[in-house]
Design a binder for this molecule. Structure first.
Ligand code: CDP
Length: 226
């Protein structure tokens, strides 16, 4: 039987990667992997253990020892660290503010890249992040780069936070997103980049379902596995 493809979706914060990746994985019955959740999990643990954010050596040791699991439960993805549920804890403002620093550490990226490759190597996976098509699975069959205008991405993130009961100003979200994008694009190791062979989609004026359909059509066109 033909190996099922590896689908990668990269792009900046708030471009809709998680929503789209979840829809696509559900439609194709593929595994959905949120690589950002892994960086967030390490960040949460570092903050929780009160490790100095400049102590790269300790942080890498911690990342090596951590047992991070992504567990699909219906529509939701649960994240556990050493069997403790941290699904909500990894989305706090404090984790979001510091995740860039942790994601810029080479040793942390190596540990997580190994885990990501292990999870996706059999195919039949939709993995989203910043460097999946460029560094984690450069050989992936189908690569997408999802983008949207910064104002639109901030608005989406603001709506998400409002829905979950968090009161934050749109301006602060906009500024935080711009700062995180800048850091992700300018870090030395595995920065956010469009893979040469990625299909670029600007979702500024598109509904999530439309984007998902476009991606699903591209995947089906390319492979006759379905
Ligand atoms: O969902 P959101 O756009 O807020 O971000 P995320 O996917 O949860 O990723 C959080 C952070 O993890 C990003 O801003 C990056 O700094 C880092 N990350 C990364 O460096 N490489 C990845 N493959 C995924 C995330």
């Amino acid at each position: 039987m033909k190996k099922k493809p590896i689908v990668t979706i990269d792009g900046p914060a708030g471009a809709g990667k998680s929503t789209i990746a979840r829809i696509i994985a559900g439609e194709l019955n593929f595994l959905y992997i949120d690589s950002g959740a892994m960086y967030r999990a390490v960040t949460w643990k570092v903050l929780n253990c009160k490790i100095n954010l400049n102590d790269n050596e300790k942080i890498v040791q911690l990342a090596k020892k951590m047992n991070i699991k992504l567990i699909q439960s219906g529509e939701k993805l649960r994240v556990t660290v050493d069997d403790k549920d941290v699904t909500g804890k990894i989305r706090t403002t404090n984790v979001t503010k510091n995740v860039n620093t942790i994601a810029a550490i080479q040793g942390v990226r190596e540990v997580l890249r190994r885990k990501q490759r292990e999870l996706g190597k059999k195919g039949g996976v939709v993995m989203e992040g910043r460097d999946i098509g460029t560094d984690v699975f450069p050989e992936a069959e189908k690569k997408f780069y999802l983008d949207a205008k910064p104002g639109e991405r901030a608005l989406r993130r603001w709506r998400e936070l409002r829905t979950s009961g968090k009161k934050v100003s749109l301006k602060s979200i906009y500024e935080a997103i711009k700062k995180r994008d800048y850091n992700d694009e300018h870090r030395e190791i595995n920065p956010l980049r469009k893979a040469k062979d990625a299909i670029v989609i600007d979702s500024s004026n598109m509904m999530a379902q439309q984007v998902a359909e476009k991606i699903l059509n591209e995947i089906k066109l390319a492979s006759k596995f379905s």
